[in-house]
Design a protein around this ligand. Structure first.
Ligand code: NAD
Length: 255
């Protein structure tokens, strides 16, 4: 592994588990100081990073809550004050038929998945813009391009993430800050392994079904995404902004 992110601080939301954890381990392994922002205990991620000789701290934060994001901002300031790379990864994806989604459910999914982008970007990016170097990487989902049931609130929120990314990229481009989206396919993580799927389909059946729609016919795992995160966070990606990178094994048709 290179040390390409030496001297940088990366704030990664939802890094106590899953894709965020894999991204945190990768960026820390490449020299970044990592700040984990998660509503849950992140000891497992801290252990993985520290046992490999990396540096990380964890801050309990609900990224959908303005007061909690302010507390995170204060913690980042106490930790040296930098956020060079912001990975907005935390998200939720309850599967519910449209008729069962309450307005409260809708608001919760939109808030965790999309309000969080606004709150975290407002709180943490003034420094990178001032210094003229920064990377913002927002995690969306390839479901925005598919015909997937039971996820109306989720897919609406992730389509919003792509719009947020494109518009913000146009405003931050002159300040050395790129803003891009990564859109994973169905990935084996604690969230998807414990997912309740309406209609009696088992989780393993869903993984198999998705793998069969891909050019690469195996289930995606969290480490499949970390090369894309590392690249978009690097100097090599300085002229790439407003883009969505689909990391999904090459879907060949919609489900
Ligand atoms: N796993 C997939 O198949 C898949 C596919 C496409 C997109 N994604 C997206 O990738 C991201 C990560 O998904 P995952 O599968 O790794 O999820 P996961 O459920 O395995 O882990 C998510 C992490 O985010 C944290 N989190 C959730 N809500 C939070 C909040 N309000 N504030 C702070 N932390 C919070 C959780 O505590 C957990 O540590 C999400 O945005 C998800 O929508 C996942």
């Amino acid at each position: 592994m290179t040390r390409g992110h030496e001297g940088k601080t990366a704030v990664i939301s939802g890094a106590a588990a899953g894709i965020g954890q894999a991204a945190a381990v990768r960026l820390a392994g490449e020299g970044a100081r990592v700040v984990i922002a998660d509503r849950d205990n992140a000891d497992e991620t801290l252990g993985l990073i520290e046992s490999a000789g990396g540096k990380a701290i964890a801050v309990r934060c609900d990224v959908s809550n303005p007061a909690s994001v302010s507390t995170l901002k204060e913690a980042v300031e106490r930790n040296g004050g930098r956020c060079d790379v912001l990975v907005n990864n935390a998200g939720i994806y309850p599967m519910q038929p449209f008729d069962e989604i309450t307005f409260e459910d809708w608001r919760r999914v939109l808030s965790v998945n999309l309000d969080s982008m606004f709150l975290m970007t407002k709180a943490l990016t003034a420094g990178m813009r001032g210094r003229g170097w920064g990377r913002i990487i927002n995690i969306a989902s390839d479901t925005v391009n598919l015909m997937v049931p039971n996820l109306v609130h989720y897919i609406s929120s992730k389509a919003g993430v792509i719009g947020f990314t494109r518009s913000l990229a146009t405003e931050f481009g002159e300040r050395g800050v790129t803003v891009n989206t990564i859109a994973p396919g169905l990935t084996r993580t604690p969230g998807t392994l414990n997912q309740k799927i309406p209609g009696g389909v088992s989780n393993e059946e869903l993984f198999d079904r998705m793998a069969n729609t891909q050019s690469i016919k195996r289930s995606e795992v969290a480490t499949d995404l970390v090369g894309a995160v590392s690249f978009l966070a690097s100097d090599d990606a300085a002229f790439i902004t407003g883009q969505t990178l689909y990391v999904n094994g090459g879907l060949t048709r919609s489900t």
